[in-house]
Structure formats: structure tokens, C-alpha cells
Design a protein around this ligand. Structure first.
Ligand SMILES: *Cc1c(COP(=O)(O)O)cnc(C)c1O
Length: 376
């Protein structure tokens, strides 16, 4: 089965990880700081690393010091970690529908969702395609709320010449194996606001304060560390940071491979009736995490099953988050966000990853044959 997403691990990755395993510090060592430096440079904004994309989001929301009743606005087309972390950090989760073509938060609908309780607009770069960051930033600035970007899909993507990570107030990344680069489990948070990033980092390290000039009990002794606000252990280890450093050095190659696969899908599937391929806005250069297509909703299931029967490991991304039973208690139901629901009903994610040997001529001919036979 050709999976919809998969890591690409090189000999250099294995060597660097092996070296890290033989060093004195398996965690809290020099590789973490080195990975953070290289990521900050690559992304164009100060960046800290954490143990997962979910941890990155939980740290971001926890740094907002949310009060009961505070709201955040999110799109339904995302992995539920976007909302779960916000809810666990104390936010009331609100939804706003998406654009029908990109699946990203629709800026034209966001403004009417903002109330005096809103603290943040949370955009998701679905499939690696950046959200409408200029419009969303402008609304956020005007309304005095933050723009948080869940860029779990989008490290390596650019928007109007800027890297994803240097635009929103806070940007989070995931390094899960199916994502654009991997540390097995891992994530990162970028922010140009030093005080926010410091709170985020502190939350990821048990809330511990060690700097002498910040201590409340400053006379305890040289061993002393203290907690002013609760945090958790969301550290990334040195072993995984070694993998991250090595993966990051290959990211432009990964991006090129993903773009070539994107183009070949267009060559082979572009002419097929009733099949809609992904949209790219002219002002973006996505690093494609997914290759999401749309088919007639009544045929989605049979096409999905036929592809799986042919060992093409397709996936559906995502069940609109408001339709998870956990949100039924809050009164959400089918019909609430029709564009997201239509998007989901017709969506299939075709395999997309930086392993070019899998995507040979036979693969594209097979997949084109399957679509032609069902749709034409
Ligand atoms: C993968 C993903 C996450 C969670 O990242 P993990 O590293 O798996 O914890 C969050 N949001 C989105 C949109 C994702 O795709």
C-alpha cells in the first residue's frame, strides 16, 4: 500500500541520531538549542521546539492567559488538535466556515464572528496552502485580537514572499512523520513577540523560573528554581532534535519533490471530468503536505474503496471538527457550516510525500485509469 503520507529518512539522518544517542545529554542538551537556531533562521522568526504539534498548540493557547468565556475562532476543516488544545487551555471554541476551494478559513466570514470575548483568530494552512494571512492579520489588528496560525501542514510554504512562521502573531508546526519534515514526534512555535514566546517556552518546561532577577524567593540558594504559573513537560529530546537538524537541511529538496509530484498529478488527472484538483493562489508557494481532490459526493466512498483496493493508501482530511460527538454537547450539528461539510463530503487525499521512487509512471497511469473508468 502506498501511504498518503510518509517520512523520508536518509543515511545522514541515521548517523546524526546515532551520534546523539552516544552523547552525554539525551535531552536538555546542545542539539535542542541548535535545532531552534536553525529553525528560527529558516522560518524567519524566533522559534522554540516542543514534543509535538499538539504540544505547540497547547503552549500557544496557554500563553494567552485565557479567562472563562474567552473565545477563539477556528475553521472546521482541520485536525481536532487545533480545537482540543484551545478548549483544554480554557477557551470557548467558535467555528467559522472555510473557502470552498482551499478549505482555509474564509476572511469574509470571520469578522462577523468576533465578539468582545474573542481573543484570537486561529487559521489553519490546510494541505500546506497558506491561509489568507494578509486579510486575517488586518482583521485581527483592527479588532485587537491575535492571529494564531496552525501551520502543522505548512513548514516550508511561503505567502507573498514571506515564510509561513514570520507573519502571524504565533505560528505552530508539527513534525509528525507524515508532515513536511519529521522528528517522529515533535513540533515548534514561532513568534515575533518575545514576551509571548517566553511564556510559551516556560509553559513547555514545567513553568520553571531559574533566572535570578525573576525569582520571587531569590535567597534560597544556587539550587533554587520556582514556579509562578503551572506548566507541563513538552520538551523535545536531543535525539529527536538531531533528526530535526538533519531533516531541516533537506527541506528544500523535500519541497521540490512534493512540487514535482503535484505537477505530475495535474498532468495525469487534470483533464478528467468531475474531478477537482487543489487550488493554488498565485501569491503562495505551498510546500504541499496533502494532495486533496474533490469528487462527486455520492461517488466518494466507492472511489475511495477502489483506490484502496489498488493499494493506493488514500485518506480523508478531515471530518469537520464541529461534527465530532464531543461538540454535540455544545449544540453543533450537520448544516451549521455547509461549505466545510461539502468540502469533507467530496474530499479524498491522494498520496503525497518526498519519496519520488514511489511516484513512477505506472503509479500515475493506474490512478488516472481508476478515475477515468469511474468518472467518465
Ligand atoms: C498533525 C496536526 C496537528 C497535531 O500535530 P501532532 O504533531 O500530531 O501532535 C495539529 N493540527 C493539524 C492541522 C495537524 O495536521
Amino acid at each position: 500500500m502506498i501511504p498518503y503520507g510518509r517520512q523520508r529518512i536518509s543515511k545522514a539522518d541515521i548517523e546524526l541520531v546515532t551520534e546523539a544517542l552516544s552523547s552525554d545529554l539525551l535531552t536538555n542538551g546542545p542539539r535542542v538549542a541548535q535545532f531552534e537556531r536553525k529553525l528560527s533562521e529558516y522560518v524567519g522568526a524566533p522559534t522554540i521546539v516542543v514534543s509535538s504539534g499538539t504540544a505547540a498548540l497547547h503552549c500557544a493557547f496557554s500563553a494567552l492567559d485565557l479567562q472563562p468565556g474567552d473565545e477563539i475562532i477556528t475553521p472546521p476543516i482541520t485536525f481536532i488538535a487545533t480545537q482540543a488544545t484551545a478548549a483544554l487551555a480554557g477557551a470557548t471554541v467558535k467555528f467559522c466556515d472555510v473557502q470552498a476551494d482551499t478549505g482555509n478559513l474564509d476572511p469574509e466570514k470571520v469578522e462577523s464572528k468576533i465578539t468582545r470575548h474573542t481573543r484570537a483568530i486561529v487559521a489553519v494552512d490546510y494541505a500546506g496552502h497558506p491561509a489568507e494571512l494578509n486579510e486575517l492579520s488586518e482583521i485581527a489588528r483592527r479588532k485587537g485580537v491575535l492571529l494564531i496560525e496552525d501551520a502543522s501542514h505548512a513548514i516550508g510554504s511561503t505567502y507573498r514572499g514571506f515564510k509561513v512562521g514570520e507573519i502571524a502573531d504565533i505560528t505552530t508546526f508539527s513534525f509528525f512523520p507524515t508532515k513536511n519534515l519529521t522528528t517522529a514526534e515533535g513540533g515548534a512555535v514561532s513568534s515575533r513577540h518575545p514576551e509571548l514566546l517566553k511564556r510559551i517556552q516556560k509553559f513547555s518546561k514545567q513553568g520553571l523560573v531559574r533566572e535570578q532577577d525573576e525569582l520571587i524567593n531569590g535567597t534560597e540558594g544556587p539550587w533554587h528554581q520556582e514556579v509562578h504559573e503551572f506548566g507541563l513537560n513538552y520538551r523535545l529530546s536531543d535525539i529527536l532534535s538531531a533528526l530535526g537538524i538533519s531533516q531541516l537541511s533537506q527541506i528544500e529538496n523535500f519541497k521540490k519533490t512534493r512540487s514535482q509530484i503535484f505537477d505530475r498529478y495535474f498532468q495525469h488527472l487534470g483533464h478528467i471530468n468531475r474531478l477537482t484538483l487543489p487550488t493554488r493562489r498565485s501569491y503562495t508557494e505551498p510546500m504541499w503536505h496533502l494532495f486533496p481532490i474533490h469528487v462527486p459526493a455520492d461517488l466518494r466512498r466507492s472511489i475511495f474503496e477502489e483506490l484502496r483496493r489498488n493499494d493506493i493508501g488514500v485518506q480523508v482530511n478531515y471530518l469537520p471538527v464541529h461534527l465530532h460527538p464531543v461538540f454535540a454537547r455544545a449544540g453543533y450539528k450537520r448544516g451549521d457550516f455547509p461549505i466545510s461539510e461539502d468540502f469533507y463530503d467530496s474530499e479524498i487525499s491522494l498520496p503525497m510525500h518526498a519519496n519520488p521512487e514511489v511516484f513512477n509512471e505506472k503509479y500515475f497511469t493506474t490512478i488516472a485509469g481508476i478515475f477515468s473508468s469511474i468518472l467518465e
